[in-house]
Design a protein around this ligand. Structure first.
Ligand code: NAP
Ligand code: MG
Length: 487
């Protein structure tokens, strides 16, 4: 698994248009989970650095050019950043794969295009944000204006490090906010690189700051800071709750995108070959470290055994391999802790009476790494822990159902409500079932698709607020109602 390309240079903080060390001078090391080797040192942001970044972002917002320039100019700069991401695609994708362990196929062929796509798509919103004129009284002129919030703190997880920068920074910046991104300490490198490219694209100093550092210090300081107007967070339910509680004290706006345990429902009348592929990609894409992973596979009883056999056969062929090899489709989990947590769940499932139909073990590549086999647990009951709790790894729980009512009841019998899949050839059933599912996204005869134009976020315990689409643009603005007496 020797990586013969150039060594990775140490990463700094991006504050006020410059790459700088932490005030404390401290650094931390980021690791390659596939080799267990260090990649490079990273400047470790602490509360003083958060304060520096907030002051820079506030100054950029209060007096700098970004919110004041012609929207078409903001649009041009953000579009350029999208172009720069594509120009540096190989380099950024490699950083992402080294840092996270995901296959280069995913980071280079999919994630990069999502990030660039976000900057391109949301750049257009800079010139398209409008208010309304509202007919209240002919004697008055009454209208609304949408204004940016100010300084937005984006706290992002390690599973889609570069994509999350695009999802959160692009819409916030497009409408004139200034942004501070706190990447996960596990995977800081791609965010820092995008922060450097933003300066090249022409973002003024202080408009996009990147602060790698631990959540418990840098993240918490960002949430507490009175100079931050909104926190947009993607990550665990526990930290999400903490952020919501903390934000209450300074009345910050909050958007939370938390976990999921999404049902992928296969009816007997589906195109079963397509559904097998969809079930497989729904859980094994991104090593299953995907908030919307189709981790609960609900299969109609009459086709259950046939479907399971096909899926298991396919899962067994998916072998963990070197993430830097373009042919690899199953990489390393992000770290040892995550691997142990996932293996622990496999044990829990078997203990609860589930059957290990495929995988279930660690499988190092060249003797190293936190790789786990593509794992299928069958005979799962929806009330088991492996059906109710987010495992966040390549582990699928397969649950049989009787009919549409039973499928919907099981699908919705869960704390979460992030996404769901429906596989059927019956158009009426597809839409009727979608309507009844408590989920922020429903995919019909497809799974795990995303687009900058389509909103994404949770129902129920999966959070509130939306990333992407026009919905997310609104979430980074506030409405001002203006009344003028014309008499
Ligand atoms: P996490 O702890 O919630 O981390 C998400 C982000 O929040 C990271 O940047 C983290 O920083 C930061 N953070 C942690 N504690 C904080 C605090 N007190 N105040 C402010 N920010 C804080 O999630 P994780 O540990 O990476 O993953 C744990 C579980 O979360 C996973 O197993 C999975 O179930 C879930 N998860 C969900 C998603 C999703 O997309 N919905 C994504 C990732 C994980 P540091 O990591 O640098 O400490
Ligand atoms: Mg790493």
């Amino acid at each position: 698994m020797a990586d013969t390309l150039a060594p990775v240079k140490p990463a700094k903080l991006i504050i006020n248009g410059e790459a700088v060390d932490a005030v404390s001078g401290e650094t931390f090391t980021t690791f390659n989970p596939a080799t267990e080797e260090p990649i490079c040192a990273v400047a470790k942001a602490g509360p003083e650095d958060v304060d520096r970044a907030v002051k820079a972002a506030r100054a950029a917002f209060e007096t700098g050019p970004w919110p004041r320039m012609r929207p078409a100019e903001r649009q041009r700069i953000l579009w350029k950043l999208g172009d720069l991401v594509l120009e540096h695609a190989d380099e950024i994708a490699r950083l992402e794969t080294l840092d996270n362990g995901k296959p280069i196929f995913e980071s280079r062929q999919i994630d990069i295009h999502t990030v660039a796509g976000c900057f391109h798509y949301f750049s257009g919103w800079a010139t398209k944000l409008t208010g309304d004129t509202i007919p209240v009284n002919p004697a008055w002129f009454t209208y609304t204006v949408r204004e940016p919030l100010g300084v937005v703190g984006a706290i992002i997880p390690w599973n889609f490090p570069m994509i999350m920068v695009g999802w959160k920074a692009a819409p916030a910046l497009a409408v004139g906010n200034c942004v501070i991104v706190k990447p996960a300490a596990e995977t800081p490198l791609s965010a820092v690189r995008i922060g450097e490219l933003a300066l090249e694209a022409g973002l003024p100093p202080g408009v996009l700051n990147i602060l790698p550092g631990p959540g418990s210090t840098a993240g918490a300081a960002l949430v507490r800071h009175p100079g931050v107007d909104k926190i947009t967070f993607t990550g665990s339910t526990e930290v999400g709750k903490q952020i919501m509680r903390e934000a209450a004290s300074s009345v910050k706006k909050v958007t939370l995108e938390l976990g999921g345990k999404s049902p992928n429902i296969v009816f007997a009348d589906a195109d079963l070959e397509a559904a097998v592929r969809g079930a497989y990609n729904g859980i094994f894409y991104g090593k299953g470290e995907v908030c919307a992973a189709g981790s609960r596979l609900l299969v109609e009883k009459s086709v259950h055994d046939e479907f399971l056999a096909k899926l298991v056969e396919r899962a067994r062929r998916l072998q963990p391999a070197d993430p830097l090899d373009p042919k690899t489709r199953l990489g390393s989990l992000v770290n040892e802790t995550q691997m142990k947590k996932v293996l622990g769940y496999v044990e829990v499932g078997v203990g609860e009476g589930a059957k290990l139909a495929a995988g279930g073990s660690r499988q190092p590549v060249n003797g190293k790494g936190w790789f786990i086999q593509a794992t299928v647990l069958s005979g799962v009951d929806n009330r088991m822990r492996v059906a109710q709790e987010e495992i966040f790894g390549p582990v699928l729980s397969v649950i049989p159902f009787e009919d549409a009512d039973d499928a919907v009841a099981k699908a919705n019998d869960i704390f979460y409500g992030l996404a769901a899949g429906v596989w059927t050839r019956d158009v009426k059933k597809a839409h009727a079932v979608s309507r009844r599912l408590a989920a922020g996204t429903v995919w019909i005869n497809m799974y795990n698709f995303y687009d900058p134009g389509m909103p994404f976020g949770g129902f129920k315990g999966s959070g509130f607020g939306r990333d992407l689409g026009a919905e997310s643009v609104r979430e980074y603005t506030q409405v001002k109602s203006v009344w003028m007496n014309m008499e």
